[in-house]
Design a binder for this molecule. Structure first.
Ligand code: ADP
Length: 462
């Protein structure tokens, strides 16, 4: 097994990984920016190295400093978590060149999947269904207009290096193509330093369903079932559940088999997620493969009993998978709410600040993943996700009730969060029926905001 792992991340995922290492008797080295000196991940790790100033560019994205820290502390592995350097092939290569195991797939696979236009082409060559769209990268606006004409409006322009919904534009008619093309290109350039765009037909009101896979270094690939992540705001997930309620067995099996095939043909190694959109007729289309641990991995852990971060550590240590596909048993239902430090009433603007007091929920079937504690700080420099609440039940309604209980019990003072918003989702009819698409927020957010506003005004009156 790996002996000492540097965790190249912060926040709840760094804490999740460090806790896992503690459970497995693996030593940990945390890295931190000057903003995070007293953060929980720093406190929990065996050792910690400051890698720079608050701006991610100078610290959590600073490859040289991180590698230097790992070498200085004699680490034999680096876990990148998600975000930051987790899908950076250059970083994975640097790890390899320095004799440190990057806990994730090879730089070649990261590269192949990270270029989404190329990954699409690769999936086409393996007969994996993709959304009708451009042949690779769009050359110019004219190419974009011609492709849109061929596949039919509405279309989506997407950034080839994309992630987090950035560099993505819906285009409904030829008149708005030029502007959307320019805007998406600029956004992609700013976010990823790469202007390349590709196009997909916009699937109207799809469901976002993804499949968790794990693969060892010896060609064994299994899936751990699917997650429904259709409750999204601006293409960012807010609430996820496993399994995907109401998905028929045939579609589910086909999705999972396709995901295993996609991972198998690309010689994948480690934990990965194959993402699909499903239309109203249950036709599914590959949209991307994420070559890292996902935020929503706990829902899968809860229903399979398989520890995904643990598996990552074993695979990176060169151990073969000890679970065969037929050993994977699905039991019960799990839901996750991402608690973000945001102000729902101000268009979800970030709400950084000092957490004066926090009380986390507990009890049967409740799991908390967070780096927050009373007196900790939510920094404006980093992502607004402050933690996750996961509930488990024998049935979906039991998981829903437990989530209502958990969110109702949680208290956070000092920052605003999305908690009350998610609480309302748990009472929404379409959500309760399991009958919802990525249009859920467009259809429901305004009513929920109105309700929140009224509640806020009433509070002011008392
Ligand atoms: P990113 O990597 O930026 O997160 P994705 O390709 O994963 O981008 O897409 C993010 C979300 O955008 C999806 O979950 C889905 O809701 C929506 N989306 C992506 N492609 C399509 C499509 N072709 N049609 C409809 N919705 C899509």
């Amino acid at each position: 097994m790996l002996k000492r792992v540097l965790v190249a991340n912060r926040g709840e995922i760094a804490v999740r990984i460090i806790r896992e290492c503690i459970d497995r008797n693996i030593e940990t080295v945390a890295v931190y920016s000057t903003e995070d000196e007293s953060a929980l991940h720093v406190i929990l790790a065996n050792d910690a190295v400051c890698i720079g100033s608050p701006s991610p560019r100078d610290s959590y994205l600073n490859m040289e400093n991180i590698i230097e820290a790992a070498l200085g502390k004699q680490c034999d592995g680096i876990h990148p978590g998600f975000g930051f350097l987790s899908e950076n092939s250059k970083f994975a290569r640097l790890c390899r060149e320095n004799g440190i195991k990057f806990i994730g797939p090879s730089p070649e696979i990261i590269e192949a999947m990270g270029n989404k236009a190329a990954a699409r082409e690769m999936m086409i060559s393996f007969d994996v269904p993709v959304v009708p769209g451009s042949d690779g990268v769009l050359k110019n606006v004219k190419d974009a207009e011609e492709t849109a004409k061929r596949i039919g409006y509405p279309v989506l322009i997407k950034a080839s290096a994309g992630g987090g919904g950035r560099g993505m534009r819906r285009v409904d008619s030829p008149e708005s193509m030029e502007r959307a093309f320019e805007e998406a290109g600029m956004e992609a350039e700013t976010a990823f330093g790469d202007r390349d765009l590709y196009m997909e037909k916009l699937i109207l009101n799809p469901r976002h369903i993804e499949v968790q896979v794990i693969a060892d270094a010896y060609g064994n690939v299994i899936h751990l079932g699917e997650r429904n992540c259709s409750i999204q705001r601006k293409n960012q997930k807010m609430l996820e559940e496993a399994p995907a309620f109401g998905l028929d067995v045939r579609t589910r099996n086909a999705l999972c088999e396709t995901a295993v095939k996609a991972a198998g043909v690309s010689n994948y190694e480690g934990a990965g997620t194959v993402e699909f959109v499903l239309d109203g007729e249950n036709n599914f289309y590959f949209i991307e493969m994420n070559t890292r641990i996902q935020v929503e991995h706990p829902v899968t852990e809860m229903i399979t009993g398989i520890n995904i971060v643990g598996e990552q550590l074993k695979i990176a240590s060169g151990l073969p998978l000890t679970i065969a596909q037929e050993d994977v048993r699905f039991k019960g239902h799990a839901i996750e709410c991402r608690i973000c430090a945001e102000r729902p009433l101000e268009n979800f603007a970030p709400s950084p600040g000092m957490v004066d007091f926090i009380h986390f929920p507990g009890g049967n079937g409740v799991r908390v993943e967070s780096a927050l504690h009373s007196g900790s700080k939510v920094s404006p420099y980093y992502d607004s996700m402050a933690g996750k609440i996961i509930t488990y039940g024998d049935t979906r309604i039991e998981a829903v009730r437990r989530m209502r209980r958990a969110l109702g019990e949680m208290i956070v003072r000092g920052i605003e969060t999305t908690l009350s918003f998610q609480y309302m989702i748990l009472y929404n009819k379409s959500f309760l029926r399991g009958d919802y698409t990525t249009a859920f927020m467009d259809e429901n957010a305004a009513t929920m905001i109105e309700f929140l506003k009224t509640a806020d005004d009433m509070d002011g009156m008392i």
